[in-house]
Design a protein around this ligand. Structure first.
Ligand code: URA
Length: 190
């Protein structure tokens, strides 16, 4: 029911329904411009994010920043968050129960930011928010629609996760293509 991002942050930080909170060092809410037209949603904080309390600041985040700036998008112009605000121990994949517990918060987060475009970073983010079973390889490369039960629809683009691209640099081409599409769409609607 939060009506501002500050209220949402406080409610989420005080939420005890996800056990990842017990092992994480920090609560990682979001970074960037609250008025951003582009909202990026990743999976969960990694080690560096957990230490700093800021999303996408480790090696994957640095690659993401570079890829955004290659298409003329500065990190300070976008809004970045994750499905989960607490790091899963040892960076394991989050469980379905952990994701479901936190889902209402990200849904509200999207309503409050009101972006024109959502970028879903990685398979977990894409599958969760698009409510699809296919893997990221099938979900990326096209425009999709985020259609929440409560809230308004937002056009969405799924991206390969930069942590995957660090291991598979040959796949960067695909992501470059997706980001150019995002850039073009932003320019179209500006
Ligand atoms: N990977 C994510 O999905 N999110 C982060 O914040 C960092 C790494």
């Amino acid at each position: 029911a939060a009506s501002t991002l500050e209220e949402l942050r406080a409610a989420f930080e005080g939420f005890d329904g996800c056990s990842l909170k017990e092992t994480a060092m920090n609560f990682v809410f979001a970074d960037g411009a609250q008025s951003a037209r582009l909202m990026l949603i990743g999976e969960a904080p990694g080690g560096e994010e957990d230490r700093m309390g800021i999303p996408f600041v480790g090696p994957a985040g640095q690659l993401l920043d570079k890829m955004l700036s290659a298409v003329g998008i500065d990190r300070s112009e976008v809004y970045i968050t994750n499905i989960l605000p607490w790091r899963p121990p040892g960076n394991r994949n989050p469980t379905d129960a952990e994701i479901s517990a936190c889902l209402p918060f990200i849904e509200r987060h999207i309503v409050l930011v009101k972006p024109d475009i959502l970028v879903l970073v990685g398979g977990i983010s894409a599958k969760t928010l698009l409510r699809r079973k296919e893997g990221i390889m099938r979900l990326r490369g096209k425009w999709m629609k985020y259609e929440p039960e409560n809230g308004y629809p937002v056009i969405a683009r799924a991206l390969l996760h930069p942590a995957y691209l660090l291991r598979q640099p040959a796949q960067k081409r695909e992501t470059w293509h997706d980001l150019l599409e995002v850039r073009a769409r932003l320019d179209e609607n500006s």
